[in-house]
Design a protein around this ligand. Sequence first.
Ligand code: 6R9
Length: 644
Amino acid sequence: MTDHSVIPVKPELAQGNRVDAARRAEMAERAARDPEGFWREEAGRIAWMTPPTRIKNTSFEGDVSIKWFEDGVLNASVSCLDQHLAERGDQVAIIWEGDDPNSDSKVTYRELHERVCRMANVLRSLGVKKGDRVTLYLPMIVEAAVAMLACARVGAVHSIVFGGFSPDSLSSRIQDCDSTLLITADQGRRGGRTVPLKTNADEALRSCPSVKNVIVVRNTGGGVPMEEGRDHWWHTLSEAAAADCEPEPMSAEDPLFILYTSGSTGKPKGVLHTTGGYMVWASFTHELVFDYRPGEIYWCTADVGWVTGHSYIVYGPLANGATTLMFEGVPNYPGVDRCWQVVDKHKVNIFYTAPTAIRALMREGEAPVKKWSRQSLRVLGSVGEPINPEAWLWYYRVVGDERCPIVDTWWQTETGGILISPLPGAVDLKPGSATLPLPGVQPALVDGEGQLLEGAADGNLVILDSWPGQMRTVYKDHERFIQTYFSTFPGKYFSGDGARRDADGYYWITGRVDDVLNVSGHRMGTAEIESALVAHPKVAEAAVVGMPHELKGQGIYAYVTLTSGEEPSEALRKELVAWVRKEIGPIASPDAIQWAPGLPKTRSGKIMRRILRKIAANETDSLGDISTLADPTVVEELIGNRVG
Ligand code: 6R9
């Protein structure tokens, strides 16, 4: 099937949708013509202590300044909790499904409110004040959502570090934002294995003098050392705390959270999101893109350590009064039918996952899917990387029985929420395309010189004007924010992605055009992996590129030059893989390491990654011009010793 195949909206399935094609067009037109009026109304979807009168005050020029709803006052936890108590206090807010299929629990809005208030009081009693940074290093347990909302309630800025990251990655993220408090758990559980969170945290904290207190959730009960005066059990503190807590009044532009993400250079950046615009965007997009209807059960399989977990497990769904399912485990444990078993068990209506999971499940065939009814499913979503049409069609045909529209949602940590996606029942689908921008979003394509491209075209994906959920700055480094996103094409936000636009105006994201890899939907900077490798005493130089990978989308291919006197060996290869896992985390494990006595460099000493990418992808008949290399013979040598 070609990518020009269209799957039109099925009118019988679109009945009851909040937004149909006409309404979508009306919204897009209004948002473009009268952004102030449009966003003033949409701001009403969240709870304000003082509603904003100034709506949009943004500039992509010069110093780049982005402010939305700036004179509004609110607290994100009130929008997610207090706002719902009168109408749906006894409705389930979070369904927690454990790694072990026999463990689950349900938390109502009223219970969640109480748990958040208690933890917020605990934070205050430990001296946490508005603006302080709190780092969270937690598994997928209800306490993760409680901790986020408790930070929001007292005005502290949370920084979540994915539980799969190493002690080193954790400590550098704590140091960058000077957190004074860390919340972690004894251990996590994933796919039947335990994750030593507290042990990792202890190791990380040896180089984090700013952290004065550690709150530890007793999760698995696995014994862990507690440091007198520094470490406190979550349950002890929270049982002793009062069950209500005054929310801190926050200005719309006060920070809500920092989330570190990989870029093409240097260490991960602290992406900063503020309160008002982010909350409006999370709520608006969650409702529109998933056509969320009151009473529905919604499941996003992401981890709260990534932005998808922030916006589409916690803030968006809770702001909308949804029932959000939080899953501790992995899609293939204890069996490859786990997702569909959970869908039937909890009658999930909306299911949102990543292409890498779909591809892995697709490989197991249809039987594990067909074993379960999946009758409750109504909308399916995809996020994190381009979805190939084969996987899209399998998802549509096998998982959704051709009944559920698929929303392929393009966005980034930086964008706060979804920017390009079909709306169910309002936009005809094309397998593999993220389709059209949401109302209020102005994407465009530019060529290498920054010239706007019209009509059907292939280019760099930029956004021409601000939307409320946009990141505001890189934490403590506004210059880097301007440099990274607004200097390549001045006056425009550059996403780092390439895209094609077809004759219908549909966007097809082709992937990163910078040195960022997307491995199973996780962003990895090649520079980070390279610096981990060269930190090994036997490595003189390293160059990392992406290679096509059937399941992960992209795999990690590393070229390594050893220090003189060192000999390549299988043992050393294993040692380097283990080293990178330890330095960054398992998600950064190289899939292939090629010993490279020399790397292709220009005369000025720049590594020509274009050539390394071609060799890794086994496309050596199209290397292009190599005449500018200082020593073209290294290329022959590298081709001859390609791995895999
Ligand atoms: C939400 C999230 C962002 C990068 C982004 C792009 C890729 C995300 C995509 C997609 C094609 C989609 N990406 N969604 N590519 N189609 N539907 O994943 O944030 O971790 O910051 O990654 O992921 O390359 O630039 P983040």
